[in-house]
Design a protein around this ligand. Structure first.
Ligand code: NAP
Length: 325
């Protein structure tokens, strides 16, 4: 008998096509009423969950008595209560690597846009303001040759650092949990404490996972350590930054600008950030290209089907659950 899989968010026709021959697939749909109700009704029969962007822990999964695996279509897994899943022997998988380069591209797009005021001046031009040569009040700042500070030199952090070093001749600093000798060798990257990095970098890029240790890693004190000419780029998770403190720093021009893809509360609505032209605000699209979302879905399907077949999935977040499963 086929096992039952419940899909939530990011469900593409391709994902449905790949899964359908192998499992009994349930995809909640607004046409059949409330999504949350359909989700809750399916949970007790579900062996596997696949999707992204939904907090899942004890409260949501109590009734999911048959659940064997959650396959997240994301690299970040801060939405899941990993300890609870592990304790219940539920496998959790993610999709690392396949989104690294696209997310690094987006980080650089934010950095460039904030530095050269791309989004702001696009809106300015389209509003019919371009009457004569642009004057210095609308100038941006250089990117090439500047100092790039990466907080969290993991897969995406390293890909951003390569763009900075090899594409723009930037000097790369990094902070994080551990030293990265290979990247120091490859890119001339230099390790700094977080405080030192904040004081030296012209661009600070946040690329750490959200955890108890990184929640509000950048707050009022840390923003005060940044140069007034510096730009903060956050493609990690919104809560890595104390957003109220960031808004205040931007309003008071204590830093030059920000490039943001993620927010403490998403979707972002009615934010004071909207009134700040020096803040570039994107709607959490780090991995949102056709190619990358397809690759992520494929990887998530592979992980899900392996786990349901009793094989150890490639991208297991909680290996301790493997022994229990
Ligand atoms: P990764 O390869 O695991 O890299 C994470 C890096 O963060 C590692 O270098 C790690 O250090 C460092 N780190 C972990 N905890 C830390 C702490 N408490 N303090 C300082 N550094 C810490 O992950 P990745 O693939 O690069 O992804 C990073 C994050 O980006 C994801 O978790 C996700 O939240 C976010 N992301 C966002 C988007 C988007 O759409 N905006 C897309 C993809 C990913 P060690 O190497 O020393 O362990």
């Amino acid at each position: 008998m086929k096992k039952t899989v419940l899909a939530f968010n990011r469900v593409s026709p391709e994902l449905v096509e790949r899964l359908q021959p192998h499992v009994e697939l349930i995809v909640p749909s607004p046409e059949r009423g409330d999504i949350a109700t359909q989700f809750a009704a399916a949970l007790p029969h579900t062996h596997g969950l696949i999707g992204a962007g939904r907090p899942l822990g004890e409260e949501q999964l109590r009734s999911a008595e048959r659940l064997e695996v959650i396959s997240s279509i994301s690299v970040g897994y801060d939405n899941y209560d990993v300890d609870y899943l592990t304790q219940r022997g539920i496998l959790l998988t993610n999709t690392p690597d396949v989104l690294t380069e696209s997310t690094a591209d987006l980080a650089f797009a934010l950095l460039m846009s904030a530095a050269r005021r791309v989004a702001e001046l696009d809106a300015w031009t389209k509003a019919g303001n371009w009457k004569r040569t642009v004057e210095s009040a609308l100038f941006g700042c250089d990117v090439h040759g500047k100092t790039l500070g990466i907080v969290g030199l993991g897969n995406i952090g390293a890909a951003i650092a390569r763009r900075g070093r090899l594409g723009f001749g930037m000097n790369v600093l990094y902070s994080g949990n551990s030293r990265k000798p290979a990247l120091e060798q490859e890119l001339g990257a230099q390790y700094r404490s977080l405080d030192e990095l904040l004081g030296e970098a012209d661009f600070v890029c946040l690329v750490v996972p959200l955890s108890a240790q990184t929640r509000h890693l950048i707050g009022r004190r840390e923003l005060a350590l940044m140069k007034p000419s510096a730009i903060l780029v956050n493609i990690a998770r919104g809560a890595v930054v104390d957003e109220a403190a960031l808004i205040e720093a931007l309003q008071e021009k204590r830093i030059r600008g920000a490039g943001l893809d993620v927010y403490e509360k998403e979707p972002l609505a009615d934010s004071p950030l909207f009134a700040l032209p020096q803040a570039v605000t994107l709607p959490h699209i780090g991995s949102a290209t056709h190619e990358t979302r397809q690759a992520m879905a494929d990887r998530a399907v592979d992980n899900l089907l392996a786990a349901l077949a009793g094989e150890r999935p490639r991208d297991l977040v909680n290996p301790q659950a493997w022994r229990k499963a």
